[in-house]
Design a protein around this ligand. Sequence first.
Ligand SMILES: N=c1c2ncn([C@@H]3O[C@H](COP(=O)(O)OP(=O)(O)OP(=O)(O)O)[C@@H](O)[C@H]3O)c2ncn1[C@@H]1O[C@H](COP(=O)(O)O)[C@@H](O)[C@H]1O
Length: 105
Amino acid sequence: MTDTLTRLAAVLEERKAADPESSYVAKLYSKGLDAILKKVGEEATETVMAAKDGVPDKIVYEVADLWFHTLVLLAHQNLGPESVLAELDRRFGLSGLEEKARRAK
Ligand SMILES: N=c1c2ncn([C@@H]3O[C@H](COP(=O)(O)OP(=O)(O)OP(=O)(O)O)[C@@H](O)[C@H]3O)c2ncn1[C@@H]1O[C@H](COP(=O)(O)O)[C@@H](O)[C@H]1O
């Protein structure tokens, strides 16, 4: 599954050199950060609405859209999913309360 994120991130990197007319991702890059952030916000809202509806397939579909657009955002900022996965790994050994205490410092 991590492999899926890595492979998708590689495609998103390639799309930085693609013609905006040939690719949804290239077009989004060409519109800039605000357009990417707008999509992330929309997909987050659609995820919330799907969860309120409680239809499992719809939730999965919307979360996939949200993850996808956050990957586009990371790529735009020259970051990749491995950075986020490393951060989650770092937190993995801590309890939620330990993480909360670490943040309060
Ligand atoms: N996983 C995805 C993916 N998920 C969602 N989307 C796009 O995100 C949109 C979701 O936005 P909405 O639900 O708001 O639908 P919409 O109204 O069509 O969106 P807008 O046109 O208004 O932005 C979809 O319409 C798709 O165009 C994706 N586009 C691309 N990918 C992956 O990215 C790769 C590269 O994409 P392209 O370079 O664009 O071909 C593809 O091969 C796929 O693997």
